[in-house]
Design a binder for this molecule. Structure first.
Ligand code: ACM
Length: 537
């Protein structure tokens, strides 16, 4: 027999827990100390910033205006009280900050510009309205810094693409939860989405598909009969990169090769091992036609990457490398000639040769490559960083070989997977990844020793958009899982606690709701089964 705990009791317990255990900040700060009282912020509160901190202070002031409707004045002389002070302190850990909220004195944030920015994000999360033009913040002291340097979120804009304004909102969400790497998946079988001036047919042909699958692949063969396409102009890309930079986010572009390249071959069939003709894919799944390792292909890719590197200041360029079907290479005299000429053992080594060639070019421009974990097969390129997606094994192997690693295992960080009972959820690619599973992830595998663990730069969640046709669906798949990711990559492992996290998620969802974000509601908490409670006879 189960005995239900009255809902009101749960709510009181949860509210009490939130007040006692932690400030409502996501991701949870490293160290929090409570002080007595509150600080009341209103129109009379001034903003002061050291010269190097002014861009962050201005951004904060803009957020106070747009999020809370309060216009704050700035001053160039440090006010004795009732102020928000942004003070440069480069002695703190990178991206770390110190934050002090005192009853009359106000708010003081210390850090490098990035740290100050994250401190400001914490302040915004702590700000709640009390009446029309007064805001209340709990007196407290925070000492905070990220656990990982790489805190990533990916978005596939090939399968479906989204307006620049939405990408900016995406970056705003990342910044709010202290993520700092946006992995922008720009090319794939179903569409090429980046303007490359040297190759106009990429925009005319590769950016378009004649129709799109309806339902789930491969069971469904129905199509919508409607052409779909578009691409981001170089001007738009510069706008997104600049917007990200203002929020301390690096945009890492991905140009996927040698697989996931059907759209490019539809435009330029000479890049393939067979004659074609090819069509930009209209359904989801893998395709046998991949770039052929010919000199003309390398020339094309170097020209493409040259334009890419002019647009993206990121040290890292992602070159894909995933899911390369080798059938065409086995049948192609061009590919087999390369295997013989280079003394390679097989097509896996040919893939490795392909990636090494590209790496040499990227390195020659002072940049580095990231590739999906398939780039381990046939031998890693000397300077490559590995993104481990087929579980953690690739990441573990790469770390043991002394390579840097970004963890993004499907079972924990693929946000295209279902969040609950699939009969009740919108159509998704498959899998099952409820919020709690994301939260439970630790990017440092226990099997690695301390030295190897240093190669785990961080983690990233991926949003592949085959089954996300519009921004509402992207939002649904992103929230609230994004909040769990934030805590996985930012908060100290020893402070992680799912119950405490849930308490802090609720006020975040209320904010998202006010902003009209289509988040997935939390599952209704069932009281723990009374089976665990010893019953007296
Ligand atoms: C991938 O999900 N194909 C990297």
């Amino acid at each position: 027999m189960t005995r239900a705990v009255p809902l009101a009791l749960c709510v009181i317990a949860a509210a009490h827990g939130a007040a006692v255990q932690s400030l409502p900040i996501v991701p949870r700060p490293a160290v929090v100390r409570y002080l007595n009282g509150i600080f009341l912020l209103d129109r009379s509160t001034l903003i002061y910033a050291d010269p190097e901190a002014r861009p962050v202070a201005e951004w904060f002031s803009g957020q106070m205006r747009s999020e809370f409707g309060v216009a704050m004045d700035s001053t160039t002389e440090a006010p004795p009280r009732n102020a928000v002070r942004f003070l440069l302190d480069t002695s703190l850990p990178e991206e770390g900050y110190r934050l002090r909220i005192e009853p009359r004195n106000g708010i003081t944030i210390l850090g490098s510009p990035a740290g100050l920015f994250y401190g400001a994000q914490s302040v915004l999360q702590l700000t709640t309205a009390r009446g029309h033009s007064t805001f209340v913040l709990p007196a407290s002291e925070i000492q905070d810094q990220p656990r990982f340097a790489y805190r990533g979120l990916h978005l596939d804009t090939s399968r479906h693409m989204f307006p620049v304004d939405f990408l900016k909102r995406y970056l705003d969400w990342m910044a709010r939860y202290k993520l700092n790497r946006f992995h922008w998946h720009l090319t794939d079988d179903q569409g090429w989405r980046i303007e490359i001036r040297k190759y106009p047919r990429l925009m005319e042909v590769a950016s378009m598909r004649k129709e799109t699958l309806v339902g789930h692949a491969p069971q469904s063969t129905k199509s919508d009969g409607t052409p779909y396409g578009g691409f981001y102009t170089q001007e738009q890309i510069r706008e997104v990169v600049a917007y990200a930079q203002e929020r301390f986010i690096t945009v890492i572009p991905e140009i996927d090769m040698p697989g996931h390249s059907l759209a490019a071959m539809a435009a330029y069939p000479e890049l393939a091992c067979t004659e074609g003709p090819f069509e930009t894919a209209t359904t989801w799944g893998g395709f046998k036609d991949v770039f052929c390792p010919k000199e003309t292909t390398f020339q094309f890719l170097e020209n493409v990457l040259t334009e890419v590197m002019e647009l993206f200041p990121s040290r890292y360029i992602h070159i894909g490398g995933d899911e390369v079907e080798k059938d065409r290479w086995k049948e192609s005299t061009d590919a087999q000639d390369v295997i013989r000429r280079e003394g390679l053992k097989d097509e896996s080594e040919l893939q490795s040769y392909f990636i090494r060639r590209i790496e040499q070019f990227v390195n020659s421009k002072g940049r580095r490559i990231i590739g999906w974990d398939e780039i381990l097969e046939g031998g890693l390129a000397p300077d490559a960083t590995v993104m481990s997606w087929r579980g953690e094994d690739g990441g573990i192997a790469a770390a043991r070989q002394g390579h840097d690693v970004i963890m993004t295992p499907g079972a924990y960080l693929y946000f295209d997977h279902y969040q609950g009972d699939r009969k009740k959820e919108p159509l998704a690619i498959g899998g099952m990844l409820p919020l709690e599973n994301v939260y439970s992830y630790n990017p440092e595998p226990a099997v690695l020793n301390a030295e190897e663990k240093k190669h785990i730069l961080g983690a990233q969640a991926n949003l592949w958009t085959e089954y996300m046709a519009d921004t509402r669906q992207v939002e649904y798949m992103l929230f609230p899982r994004l909040l769990a990711l934030a805590e996985v990559v930012w908060s100290p492992q020893e402070t992680r606690n799912y119950r405490d996290f849930q308490n802090r998620v609720t006020p975040q969802l209320a904010r998202l709701k006010r902003q009209g974000v289509n988040y997935r509601p939390l599952d209704v908490q069932r009281p723990r089964s009374s089976k665990r409670v010893k019953q007296h006879p």
